[in-house]
Design a protein around this ligand. Structure first.
Ligand SMILES: C[S@@+](CC[C@H](N)C(=O)[O-])C[C@H]1O[C@@H](n2cnc3c(N)ncnc32)[C@H](O)[C@@H]1O
Length: 210
């Protein structure tokens, strides 16, 4: 998806970032996001040989669909069954698995693990631990691509930089290459039509072939 900052939707009853919050986030509207592939994923995957892919926090599946249309065998994971239903409506050739990634993680290894804006309004969301777990799901020669909102969260807390994420992955430089670790500006159009540049934090690592 191409989207802006924030996850403020959901009802007052749901604890922000909880599985119920995300379920209500999607149920609130028939389509939440733009439906367009995240550009950094497309730009990255264009240079990779299609294989197996895992889309973590797949949302409505714009990235999953793009990957499937470009020859990847994709497993899409999200905590929201409504989101996963939309993934399958868009492309029935993919596999979906519901996981609360704070508790369970899909089995297997993949040639590409994609985590786009896997962020939560819950300050206790263990994103770093989930992303470390994601490194174990990368096959030899495979890529882990992580893109996150940079700048400041809605509560003004600084978001982790690409370097913060890289440090948190705790990968061994003997068995991993760092292909990308940088802040990339993205132009978004606000509801009033004005354009604003927001930072994306991009961390891309590759498990070396053994
Ligand atoms: C900001 S959205 C990004 C969606 C998608 N990657 C995209 O770029 O369009 C974050 C996604 O992470 C999912 N998510 C949040 N917490 C999760 C958890 N604990 N386990 C699995 N998925 C989760 C949400 O349901 C939501 O679809």
């Amino acid at each position: 998806m191409t989207h802006g900052h924030g996850h403020q939707t959901g009802t007052a009853e749901a604890v922000p970032g909880s599985p119920q919050f995300w379920e209500e986030f999607y149920r609130a509207r028939p389509q939440v996001f733009s439906g367009r592939v995240n550009p950094i994923l497309a730009q990255t995957a264009e240079h990779l040989r299609p294989g197996t892919a895992l889309d973590l926090g797949a949302g409505e599946g714009a990235d999953t669909a793009w990957l499937a249309e470009h020859g990847w065998a994709v497993t899409a994971v999200d905590v929201s069954t409504t989101a996963l239903d939309r993934v399958l409506e868009r492309n029935s050739d993919v596999t979906v698995e519901r996981h609360d990634l704070t508790a369970t993680f899909p089995a297997g290894t993949f040639d590409l693990v994609n985590a786009q804006y896997l962020q939560s309004p819950d300050e206790a969301f263990p994103r770093e631990a989930i992303l470390r777990r994601a490194t174990a799901a990368v096959a030899p020669g495979g890529t882990l691509l992580i893109v996150g909102h940079g700048g400041h969260a809605t509560n003004h807390a600084p978001q982790p930089t690409a370097h913060d994420v890289l440090t948190a992955l705790a990968i061994d430089s003997a068995t991993w290459d760092v292909d990308r670790c940088e802040t990339v500006p993205r132009v978004v159009t606000r509801p009033d039509g004005t354009e604003v540049s927001v930072p994306d934090e991009v961390t891309q690592v590759r498990r070396v072939l053994v």
